[in-house]
Design a protein around this ligand. Structure first.
Ligand SMILES: *[C@@H]1O[C@H](CO)[C@@H](O)[C@H](O)[C@H]1NC(C)=O
Length: 119
């Protein structure tokens, strides 16, 4: 049955990628409850992810959520993503630099909360 085979392949991929992931990041993510949706919603996860690994800006709203998530979680989630087979080919130093850059930019944005909305 085709559906069974697809399911089997998915499980095999999941198990293999799980084995590759270093436990250090996984421990941090668990300890700090980094994947809790009350800290950062699915929308902002995607926005920040795209901004780091592809291209694009992070909105003030998602910058705010990033600050709630915290620097430790931010770094751990980026590092864990870099260990996934799909992202292995990316330059780690470049991605880490980008993630720090985004963090710093968001820290400035959220600190200077001015009531004047940008057009
Ligand atoms: C997420 O965080 C909230 C508030 O700290 C907590 O009550 C909730 O149990 C957490 N959810 C999970 C899935 O850990």
């Amino acid at each position: 049955m085709a559906s069974f085979n697809v399911y089997f392949i998915l499980v095999a991929l999941f198990v293999m990628s799980g084995a590759v992931i270093a436990t250090e990041e996984a421990d941090i993510i668990k300890k700090y409850d980094c994947e809790n949706e009350t800290k950062m919603g699915q929308y902002c996860i995607m926005e920040i992810f795209t901004s780091i690994f592809k291209i694009g800006d992070v909105t003030d709203k998602c910058c705010g959520e990033l600050m709630v998530l915290g620097k430790i979680c931010h770094a751990a989630l980026v590092k864990r993503t870099l260990q996934l087979p799909q992202f292995k080919n990316m330059e780690e130093s470049k991605i880490v630099a980008k993630s720090i850059q985004i963090w710093n930019k968001c820290a400035v944005v959220t600190k200077s909360v001015s009531p004047s909305p940008s057009p």
